[in-house]
Design a binder for this molecule. Structure first.
Ligand code: DUC
Ligand code: ZN
Ligand code: ZN
Length: 482
C-alpha cells in the first residue's frame, strides 16, 4: 500500500489497547496500523512517543456574545489555534440564538465566523427562544444539516426556558435524533441568593461562589433528568461541578437513562479560595457554575474513574481582565455584573494528562476516551475520535515525559490571563495533525486559517443507553400509534 505519511515508532493508543508500531495515512484517513510500515511520502519519527487521537473539545465559546452582550475574546482563528496547541484537532463551539433571532440567521452568522478555523469544527446550537417557528422549522432544518445537538439553560433571565420550554425542546430533539445539553442551575435560587447577598453589601467576587449553591445545581440536574425522562429524550449535562450532581447522574445512568455528562478542569483544579484573591483578581475565576472546594475535587475524580462522566471539557469562555471583558462594568463591579467564564482550551488536555494519567488516576485509554472518543461517539462524529483504519487522521503525538510550566504565552489564545498560570505539568502535545495535515509541530503553527472544515454530524449515538420509560408517556404514544 502507498502511504502519503507514515508515523513511525509510536506508542499508539487505540480503543482496544496500546501497542508499539507504525501508522499509515492515505488521503487524510488512517489506512493501516502495523508493527512496521515501509514507505510513505513523508515519514514522521515518533521516537516512541504516544500517538493518540487528537482531542475533540466539545464545550467552547468562540466568537460568541454572552446573553449580557459581551463578546468572547477568541474568534475562530485564535480559538482554534489555541485548541490545536493544546492537543486538539477538532472542536464544537456554540452557535447562540439570542431572543428574537431565527435559527437560520444564527447559523448563517456562525458560518461566517467559523471560516477562519484551523481545525475541523461543528456547532452546538444554544436555544433561548423556542418559538413555534424555531421548534417546527428552525431546529429540524439545523438537525438535517448535521447540527445535531443544542444547549438550553435553566438559569439566567435572558436564557432560562422554564420547564415548559425545556419539554418542547427535548421533544423536538428526540423526534429528530438530536441531543439536548443543559446548563443546570435553579434560576430562582440563584436570584434569591443574589438579592440576599446584595442586601448585605456582599458583592465582591468571592460571593459569586456563595450565590450559586451546590443545591441549586443538584435541584436543577434532578429536574432536568426528570424532564428528559418524561419525554424519553437523551440529555447531556454540561459542566457538572458538584458531588451531589454527579451522584444523580451516576444513579440515573446505572438505571439505564439516556444520559451523558461532563465535568471540566476548573472544578478539579481550582477552589472558591481562588475567587478570594486580592483586589479584583478573583474576577478571573468567576464562572458558572462556580468552582467549589477540595472535597468536591476528590469526589469528581472518583466519578471520572467510575465512568460517571463521558468527557472532561474546557468550557473555554474567554473574557479578558479588562474593560472588554471581566471589567466591562467597571474596575470594582459587583460579581453579578462580571462576565461568567474562564479560558482553558489549550490547558484542558495537558492538565488532564498530567493530573490524570501521570498521577495514575486514569489510564491512557481513559484519557483518549475522555478527551476525544466519547465526544465523537455521542455527538455523532463518525470519522473522528479514534485511531483505527478508515478514521480521519486526526492525531496528536504526545511526549509523556516533557514538563512544562503553564504560561499565558503557551496558551496561544487572545487572553490576558490563564487561570492555570504556574501549574507544573508533565506531558506535552508536540505534533498535531487534522486529516493528515500537520497543523502544529515544534511549537510552530503550520496550519492556515480556513483550513478547518465543518463536520456534519450524525444523530446521537444511544448504544448502551436504553432509557427509563415513563409509563404514561409510553401509553399515550402507543395509543396514538407513534
Ligand atoms: N455556561 C457555560 O457553559 N459557559 C460559560 C457561562 C455559562 O453560564
Ligand atoms: Zn453553561
Ligand atoms: Zn460553556
Amino acid at each position: 500500500m502507498i502511504f502519503d505519511t507514515v508515523i513511525h515508532d509510536g506508542t499508539i493508543v487505540t480503543p482496544g489497547g496500546t501497542f508499539h508500531g507504525d501508522l499509515g495515512i492515505t488521503e487524510g484517513r488512517i489506512a493501516a496500523l502495523a508493527e512496521r510500515l515501509e514507505g510513505g511520502g513523508r515519514r514522521i519519527d515518533a521516537g516512541g512517543r504516544l500517538v493518540m487521537p487528537g482531542g475533540i473539545e466539545a464545550h467552547a465559546h468562540i466568537a460568541q456574545e454572552s446573553s449580557a452582550g459581551v463578546m468572547s475574546a477568541d474568534d475562530y482563528r485564535s480559538g482554534s489555534i489555541s485548541a490545536a496547541f493544546g492537543g486538539n484537532t477538532c472542536f464544537v463551539p456554540f452557535a447562540a440564538q439570542h431572543r428574537g433571532q431565527s435559527i437560520e440567521n444564527v447559523i448563517a452568522t456562525y458560518d461566517e465566523r467559523s471560516k477562519s478555523s484551523v481545525i475541523d469544527y461543528s456547532y452546538h446550537l444554544i436555544v433561548s427562544d423556542p418559538t413555534e417557528d424555531v421548534l417546527t422549522r428552525g431546529l429540524p432544518t439545523a438537525f438535517a444539516r448535521g447540527i445535531t445537538s443544542l444547549k438550553v439553560f435553566m438559569t439566567y433571565d435572558l436564557m432560562n426556558l422554564g420547564d415548559a420550554g425545556m419539554l418542547s425542546i427535548l421533544d423536538v430533539a428526540r423526534e429528530n435524533g438530536a441531543l439536548t445539553m443543559v446548563h443546570a442551575e435553579n434560576n430562582d435560587m440563584v436570584k434569591w441568593m443574589n438579592a440576599k447577598l446584595a442586601a448585605r453589601g456582599m458583592t465582591a467576587p468571592k460571593y459569586h461562589a456563595i450565590s450559586r449553591p451546590e443545591l441549586a445545581e443538584e435541584e436543577a440536574i434532578n429536574r432536568a433528568i426528570s424532564l428528559a425522562r418524561l419525554t424519553d429524550a437523551p440529555l447531556f449535562i454540561v459542566h457538572v461541578s458538584t458531588e451531589g450532581g454527579a451522584e444523580l447522574v451516576q444513579k440515573a445512568r446505572l438505571e439505564g437513562a439516556k444520559l451523558f455528562a461532563e465535568t471540566c478542569p476548573q472544578y478539579l483544579a481550582l477552589t472558591r479560595d481562588d475567587l478570594d484573591r486580592p483586589g479584583m483578581e478573583g474576577a478571573k475565576y468567576i464562572c458558572s457554575p462556580p468552582v467549589r472546594d477540595h472535597d468536591t475535587q476528590e469526589a469528581l475524580w472518583r466519578h471520572i474513574r467510575a465512568g460517571t462522566f463521558d468527557s472532561v471539557s474546557s468550557d473555554h469562555a474567554p473574557y479578558r481582565f479588562d474593560e472588554t471583558g471581566k471589567l466591562m462594568h467597571g474596575a470594582d463591579a459587583p460579581y453579578p455584573k462580571i462576565a461568567n467564564g474562564m479560558p482553558g482550551i489549550a490547558a484542558r488536555l495537558p492538565w488532564l494528562f498530567s493530573e490524570g494519567v501521570i498521577k495514575g488516576r486514569i489510564s491512557l485509554e481513559d484519557f483518549a476516551a475522555l478527551s476525544s472518543a466519547n465526544a465523537a461517539r455521542i455527538f455523532g462524529m463518525t470519522k473522528k475520535g479514534r485511531i483505527a483504519p478508515g478514521m480521519d487522521a486526526d492525531i496528536a503525538i504526545w511526549n509523556p515525559e516533557a514538563t512544562r510550566t503553564v504560561t499565558l504565552a503557551d496558551q496561544h489564545d487572545n487572553m490576558d490571563y490563564t487561570p492555570f498560570e504556574g501549574l507544573e505539568l508533565t506531558g506535552v502535545p508536540e505534533l498535531m495533525m487534522t486529516r493528515g495535515e500537520v497543523i502544529v509541530a515544534d511549537g510552530t503553527l503550520h496550519a492556515k486559517p480556513g483550513q478547518g472544515r465543518f463536520v456534519a454530524r450524525d444523530r446521537v449515538n444511544l448504544s448502551g443507553r436504553a432509557g427509563i420509560p415513563v409509563k404514561e408517556t409510553s401509553l399515550m404514544r402507543a395509543e396514538a400509534g407513534e
